[in-house]
Design a protein around this ligand. Structure first.
Ligand code: ZN
Length: 319
């Protein structure tokens, strides 16, 4: 019998990442296809399966060797049915992703939220070291989150557990993509950081953010850079972001007592500039016993976390 293999799929707003993965987590082959959002993105399952079929043929892999497909979707996912309740970016509503892909491929299909599979991937082959209790936070365009407790990713009754980005941190604050106001995402995402920088410029603060914004479109990276170089307004933004994020993480940590908190996404590239103030905010808001047992790390898998996590869910389902 040929070696058994797993397939991981990570559906994003612009690209879909797909990987053929060994049962020890090593990537045999990974590639991307464009996310076709026409007709409310209804062709995505067919696009995925067509691409996988072609690739298996090219790699001379028999479909019988594939144990299943683990898929991450951007939105609220009912893990029991594999239905995507809402994926705003794609236009999906009550989309039967698992059922359609199962019918096309005749393979077992597991669907979970994209942030959850990234957390699982990072825990398996990244910086998580198979922790039984872990919180993973992705600071990108939005703020994603995944929680692993007692060795299992937490989904909740309708797939909304671990939606860390939508913890309210500022009642009546800035509008969020979810339709409410003042979510963590509006403060701690790359988009939120840039918005606060633009507000500082508009309020007339004396800041080098202003000069930078005349040269180029501001990014979160600019704000971190200028804070490091001594800009007071930029530093105030970073102080606020890390304080609010540290408080939110401290509250979450009280629920599951994690050994590791993994920070990923574009904003995490700031490294120690982010982790140092974040750690001290966390320390000031959490119980010493929780702090003692808990380590902050930057995610290491980058864009591969999703496909590796998808593969792991398939592997875990076999056990
Ligand atoms: Zn929200």
């Amino acid at each position: 019998m040929s070696e058994q293999l797993l397939i991981g799929v990570d559906i994003g707003g612009t690209t879909i990442k797909i990987g053929v993965i060994k049962t020890d987590g090593r990537i045999v082959e990974k590639w991307e296809i464009k996310t076709n959002k026409d007709d409310n993105a209804k062709n995505i399952p067919l696009d995925i399966w067509t691409s996988i079929k072609l690739k298996l043929k090219k790699l001379d892999i028999d479909k019988k060797a594939i144990l299943g497909i683990g898929v991450g979707a951007p939105g609220f996912v009912d893990v029991k049915t594999g239905e995507v309740s809402i994926a705003v970016n794609l236009g999906w509503k009550d989309f039967k992703l698992a059922a359609i892909l199962k019918e096309l491929s005749e393979l077992p299909v597991i669907v979970d939220n994209d942030a959850n599979i990234a957390a699982v991937g990072e825990n398996w082959k990244g910086s998580g070291r198979l922790a039984d209790n872990l919180i993973a936070i992705t600071l990108g365009t939005g703020v994603g989150g995944g929680i692993i407790a007692n060795g299992k990713v937490i989904n909740g009754v309708n797939g909304t557990a671990g939606e860390i980005g939508h913890i309210t941190v500022e009642p009546g604050g800035s509008p969020c993509n979810c339709g409410r106001n003042g979510c963590l995402e509006t403060v701690a995402s790359a988009t939120g950081i840039v918005r606060q920088a633009k507000n500082a410029i508009q309020s007339g603060s004396t800041t080098t953010l202003n000069d930078r914004s005349k040269l180029k479109e501001l990014t979160a990276k600019d704000v971190f850079e200028l804070a490091t170089s001594g800009d007071k307004a930029a530093q105030e933004i970073i102080d606020r972001v890390t304080d609010v994020l540290g408080l939110a993480i401290a509250n979450m940590a009280t629920m599951i007592n994690p050994s590791i908190i993994v920070i990923g996404g574009g904003v995490s590239k700031a490294g120690e500039e982010l982790l140092k103030p974040l750690r001290s905010a966390f320390e000031s808001y959490t119980l010493p016993r929780i702090d003692e047992a808990c380590e902050f790390v930057i995610a290491t898998l980058g864009n591969d976390a999703g496909i590796i996590g998808g593969a792991y869910l398939v592997k875990q389902a076999q056990e």
